[in-house]
Design a protein around this ligand. Structure first.
Ligand code: PEP
Ligand code: MN
Length: 338
């Protein structure tokens, strides 16, 4: 950060700024000789409010250099983060498919879907036990019963479990059932929840908020990382725009931008991103081509009868077709499907 002083700032005003920074625990280095015009602030610390410094006498401008997120930033940590799980690894050399129903509806459908996925080489199962629904009258998920089902699905099939946690009170149980804990779009800035999962031993799949900028998203990741959990995976699931031809606008342009700014893996969710199963395949393929590290995708044994998001869920036949196309395209990009 650079604090630009007025050309006629007094020595006392320069001293005032340095003392102020000192009280915040950061060093300010005056540059520009006796008629000091700027103060260079070197700090890896976040949370310095530049607007407050701007109020000090003699200050004309405060310029932030670099990003407010540090641990997520590629400038600070250039190497790509690879998340290694017993079932699959998520990173730049692979293309990871996480698939399953929107919600765990009952044991039979969850088991059937997991067995189908395992037979196709898909090693990570998605399915919500706690569902964030727009309407309180919609199916809210089975809660603890859903987590118990997921536990049995994992035990019987060996598939890894990705499931959402909606509030701090349920983190212990969700953590126990999950191989990856999902933070949904509506909770991307639920800071209490982010702080709690920052102490989790499980990787966190962090979905992008409905109207979050890339910086806001990465600051949310920074919450998790700064609390001690470096294993964060981003997931682009569409943002809210004026477009009304699809449920959300899947922002694939965020993938190269995120890859440049941070070292975290990024998945694409073409199911919530489009809301329409006919649009899932093209956007899934586009996600691969745009450089995503994998997909989070809704698959249901009987989409018309799904209790949530049937319209955007692939049936098994459609999923098979998608896998075929993904395998072909992954070869073009030198990625290994897992
Ligand atoms: C989900 O993946 O189950 C989900 C609810 O997604 P989102 O948070 O992106 O709406
Ligand atoms: Mn869903």
């Amino acid at each position: 950060m650079l604090v630009v002083m007025a050309a006629n700032a007094s020595e006392q005003e320069v001293r005032g700024v340095i003392d102020f920074l000192d009280k915040l625990g950061v060093a300010g280095q005056p540059v520009g000789g006796p008629a000091c015009t700027t103060i260079h602030v070197v700090s890896a610390r976040n949370g310095i409010d530049s607007r407050q410094i701007r109020l000090l006498p003699g200050v004309t401008q405060v310029v932030r250099d670099g990003k407010a997120y540090k641990l997520a930033s590629r400038d600070h940590y250039p190497a790509d983060t690879v998340i290694k799980l017993p079932q699959a690894s998520i990173g730049p050399d692979t293309f990871t498919i996480i698939a399953g129903p929107c919600a765990v509806e009952n044991e039979a459908m969850a088991m059937r879907t997991a067995e189908f996925l395992m037979s196709r080489g898909v090693r990570l199962f998605r399915g919500g036990a706690y569902k964030p629904r727009t309407s309180p009258y919609s199916f809210q998920g089975l809660g603890q019963e859903g987590l118990d089902i997921l536990g049995r699905v994992r035990k019987q099939t060996g598939i890894g479990i990705v499931t959402e946690v909606m509030d701090v009170d349920h983190v212990d149980e969700v953590e126990a059932a999950a191989d990856i804990v999902q933070i949904g779009t509506r909770n991307m800035q639920n800071f209490s929840l982010l702080k709690r999962v920052s102490r989790s031993s499980k990787p966190v799949l962090l979905k992008r908020g409905l109207s979050a900028t890339l910086d806001e998203w990465l600051m949310a990741a920074e919450y998790v990382m700064s609390g001690g959990n470096a294993r964060v995976i981003l997931c682009e699931r569409g943002v809210r725009t004026f477009a009304d031809h699809s449920r959300n606008t899947l922002d694939l342009s965020v993938i190269p931008a995120a890859k440049k700014s941070c070292h975290l893996s990024i998945l694409v969710d073409p199911s919530h991103g489009t809301g329409n199963r006919d649009h899932v395949m093209p956007m899934a393929l586009a996600g691969l081509a745009a450089g995503a590290d994998g997909l989070l995708i809704e698959v249901h044994p009987d989409p018309p009868r799904a209790l949530s998001d049937g319209a955007q869920s692939l049936d098994f036949g459609q999923f098979d077709l998608l896998l075929l196309k993904l395998t072909e395209l992954a070869a073009v990009f030198g990625r290994k499907l897992n």
